[in-house]
Design a protein around this ligand. Structure first.
Ligand SMILES: Cc1cc2nc3c(=O)[nH]c(=O)nc-3n(C[C@H](O)[C@H](O)[C@H](O)COP(=O)(O)OP(=O)(O)OC[C@H]3O[C@@H](n4cnc5c(N)ncnc54)[C@H](O)[C@@H]3O)c2cc1C
Ligand SMILES: NC(=O)c1ccc[n+]([C@@H]2O[C@H](COP(=O)([O-])OP(=O)(O)OC[C@H]3O[C@@H](n4cnc5c(N)ncnc54)[C@H](O)[C@@H]3O)[C@@H](O)[C@H]2O)c1
Length: 443
């Protein structure tokens, strides 16, 4: 039985970054990753980076085959870099094996050469999340049903793509496939898309997706999936009755749950929460001392940058002043990469109204930003909500080119309690999308 100071299960964002920190502090660490095609984790191999690479290339007018090849080149380069960044460290070891718990502090790893038992002073679980596949007749039997991961593996472009779920994965794939020229139908169970965003901006984004070739069946239930000689037949029920739609493939994008499948937590005292996530305290420790969970598996908001923040908390707790916790994360934004992207931070008008918080609304059209015209995409608008007295920023939604960059400036301002005037009066480089803030906050 080998013993390590630290074992990290899963080569995800938090885990790989933590491995570097542990090495920096002179400690040994074993990183166990079950899939050699996943060194570096979900984001770089099968999620954020390949999808954004393909989305950008679809917007640039590349055809699917070229974008697919470019994506594979990118992920292979990143995987190799990520592997060596950890494996080449003197006190780090990477093991390609499936890890499971035998008891609270003992692991068993299995690979082609057999099994081995391992122990460690500290164990960090960073096994990410896995797609939720709803229980719909025929869905699990079809060869034409894909997850985001398996669809990204398709070298041939799907010409008629149905998508179940109108969350970020569903909408980003819808936008991307529409840009590549496919016919896309999104089947959503909610009455509207982008429900957590400002409704007028969500409505505009939906109209733009429709212009690009996406159809929506909302307030809808997919009740049956059947393979046909040439594709798929999907039975969808809406308020107006039941209909059948034909497609070449179905992408299931109905959410992701914590990936604890192989860990055999039932052999331990590690507790899970109501959504199957590993229950952790504010400093990411599980119900077993010296066993921690980070990232998606710990029920943290499912973003790479939040997994990275879990690393910050862990590093601060192990080697810093122990002030960082889950409850004092800095304010962070979110983005859905459509054409253009939609980003938001803070609260929406609906939320402020419900809380009885007074606010002033500021709005402007993207078309008024010179850089939007330079890029050639004037779609979209900006909406900010500020405190009428203090001018503190309460929430912002941006539907515009480079929204994902501009929104970070606003998050920094909010985190540091800068009033809107500071953003209004700042000198921004020109021509940039950030310049919009001079006008947006010109109240
Ligand atoms: C299609 C898609 C697009 C996304 N786009 C974005 C985006 O643009 N921006 C963003 O911030 N977030 C995005 N996300 C979310 C983001 O990818 C995740 O939140 C993030 O990758 C989670 O990282 P993690 O550190 O929790 O673990 P992961 O990176 O998921 O790593 C977990 C690792 O553990 C391994 N593993 C699992 N079980 C075991 C075991 N028993 N033994 C050994 N190894 C194991 C897995 O193989 C995997 O490599 C996207 C997700 C998807 C699916
Ligand atoms: N740009 C980004 O940051 C980005 C991009 C993609 C994914 N992600 C992360 O990955 C996570 C998972 O994404 P996701 O889109 O799969 O999940 P999600 O939970 O965010 O959205 C799932 C959607 O599917 C719908 N749905 C669920 N069951 C359904 C059913 N039976 N029929 C029809 N609709 C159904 C839900 O109403 C919801 O709208 C996200 O929450 C996000 O944190 C982030």
């Amino acid at each position: 039985m080998r013993h390590f100071t630290n074992i990290i299960i899963g080569f995800g964002k938090a885990g790989k970054t933590l491995a570097g920190t542990l090495v920096q502090h002179g400690q040994d660490v074993l990183v166990i990753e079950k899939d050699a095609m996943m060194y570096g984790g979900t984001c770089i191999n099968v999620a954020c980076l390949p999808t954004k690479n393909m989305i950008i290339n679809s917007h640039n007018g590349e055809d699917y085959a070229d974008a697919f090849a470019a994506k594979n080149k990118l992920t292979s380069m990143l995987r190799n870099k990520n592997y060596h960044k950890v494996a080449d460290q003197e006190t780090a070891t990477v093991l390609n094996a499936d890890a499971e718990f035998l008891d609270d502090h003992t692991l068993q790893v299995t690979d082609d050469s057999g099994t081995e038992t391992l122990t460690a002073d500290r164990i960090f679980i960073n096994t990410g999340s896995t797609p939720i596949l709803p229980n719909i007749a025929g869905l699990n039997d079809s060869q034409r049903v894909f997850t985001s991961k398996t669809l990204l593996d398709q070298s041939q472009q799907t010409k008629r793509l149905a998508i179940l779920g109108s969350g970020p994965i569903g909408l980003e794939f819808a936008s991307m496939y529409a840009q590549f020229g496919s016919d896309v139908t999104v089947i959503g169970q909610t009455p509207a898309i982008l429900e957590r965003y400002e409704p007028e901006i969500a409505t505009a984004a939906k109209a733009d997706l429709e212009t690009d070739g996406v159809s929506f069946l909302l307030n809808a239930q997919l009740t049956k999936v059947a393979d046909t000689a040439t594709g798929l037949s999907l039975t969808v029920t809406t308020e107006t009755g039941s209909q059948t739609i034909d497609a070449d493939a179905l992408l299931v994008a109905t959410g992701r749950r914590a990936n604890t499948d192989d860990l055999h937590l039932e052999r331990t005292h590690i507790e899970t929460g109501s959504r199957g996530e590993i229950a952790v305290n504010d400093t990411l420790e599980t119900s077993v001392a010296n066993v921690y969970a980070l990232g998606d598996v710990a029920g943290s908001p499912q973003f790479t940058y939040v997994s990275l923040d879990d690393w910050r908390i862990m590093a601060n707790q192990l080697f810093g002043d122990k002030t960082r916790t889950r409850t004092n994360r800095p304010i962070f934004a979110n983005t859905i990469f459509l054409n253009p992207a939609i980003s938001s931070v803070g609260q929406t008008e609906v939320q402020l109204k419900a809380a009885g918080t007074p606010y002033q609304v500021l709005k402007m059209a993207t078309a008024g930003v010179p850089k939007a015209q330079v890029i050639g995409n004037p779609r979209g608008s900006y909406k900010a909500l500020i405190d009428p007295e203090t001018h503190q920023i309460l929430g912002v939604t941006i539907y515009a080119e480079e929204a994902y960059e501009t929104i970070n400036v606003i998050a920094v301002a909010m985190q540091n309690h800068l009033p809107a005037e500071v953003l209004r009066d700042q000198i921004y480089t020109h021509p940039t999308m950030t310049e919009a803030l001079n006008d947006l906050f010109n109240f």
